[in-house]
Unconditional design. Structure first.
Length: 295
């Protein structure tokens, strides 16, 4: 596999590590099976692309994308908390609604960003090629996101969100507003996913309505692969594992699709994903079986 392919895999892996962090918040910390991410990822791309194409600053556009994702996550939480709709069904309803909303925002199936300024063109050093600059910029963004996330979930509000996901009944007994914590957690989760969508649109030269298909699968794959590589109960290591998982996942995908002797093509992406996730799920079980036999 060429250096260009490796850097491309690293770039996409870093973007989807933000998705994985968002999925980690909903699935692991809140225990909320959230499929909204399949809609909030293209939502972030749509909002960002429309604003950039309209002449707005790319940084402001990315912040607006995060706000849109937070609103989408909050609505999913409201459907569950206020209207008492089952969590999985609430997220499916929001995901379906976002498909039409994204088409409305873009005014069509896609918006190109060919000659428009993006975060990456603004921050790219003069003497550095873009295929080197984009991963470097994304590393800084992901590190900042991880540090802020680790800090927030060690605060009183963050611990309340974690307590809500661990045992909602006990959290309510301690005076925690569990409904409010679900809304806040879902807002943060989908804001991260929307930022990833905005960055993805800027690296790929535009936003497309179909770019969110399978996002939840990729996010879950990254979480599962990361937890298999670096199992830990400490949040600081758990978030690191999620980021590593997203990058490793994209490297495996790139390796599989660029290995001529295997014969895989781009349309085999979902098959490769299913195989990788299956392996990641089976490995911990095999480890436990081997540990019991050797004991």
């Amino acid at each position: 596999m060429s250096l260009f392919s490796l850097l491309g895999a690293l770039e996409i892996g870093l973007i989807f590590s933000l998705v994985a962090l968002g999925v980690f918040i909903s699935f692991r910390l809140l225990r909320f099976p959230d499929l909204t991410v399949d809609g909030s990822f293209p939502l972030g791309g749509a909002v960002c692309a429309v604003m950039i194409a309209s002449g707005y600053n790319p940084f402001l556009s990315t912040i607006a994308a995060a706000a849109a994702g937070a609103i989408a996550g909050t609505i999913t939480g409201l459907l569950n908390v206020r209207l008492k709709i089952m969590d999985l069904l609430a997220s499916i309803l929001m995901m379906i609604a976002l498909y039409s909303i994204n088409l409305r925002i873009m005014g069509g199936p896609n918006i190109p960003l060919i000659n428009d300024a993006t975060i990456f063109t603004i921050l790219q050093p003069a003497n550095m090629p873009d295929y080197w600059a984009r991963p470097m910029i994304l590393i800084v963004i992901v590190v900042i996101a991880k540090i802020v996330m680790d800090w927030f979930f060690s605060t009183e509000r963050g611990l309340a969100i974690r307590a809500t996901g661990s045992n909602a009944r006990m959290a309510r007994a301690q005076g925690i507003n569990t409904g409010g914590m679900v809304l806040l957690g879902m807002a943060i989760s989908n804001a991260l996913v929307a930022v990833a969508g905005a960055l993805f649109a800027q690296t790929q030269g535009g936003s497309d309505i179909s770019m969110g298909i399978g996002t939840i699968v990729i996010g879950l794959a990254a979480v599962i692969v990361g937890e298999s590589i670096l199992p830990s109960r400490k949040l600081i290591y758990a978030t690191l594992a999620v980021i590593i998982g997203a990058i490793v996942y994209r490297f495996f995908i790139a390796l599989a699709l660029n290995s001529d002797f295997i014969g895989l093509k781009a349309q085999d992406l979902n098959l490769v994903t299913a195989v990788l996730v299956t392996i990641a799920l089976v490995i911990p079980q095999l480890k436990r079986k081997l540990a019991r036999r050797s004991a």
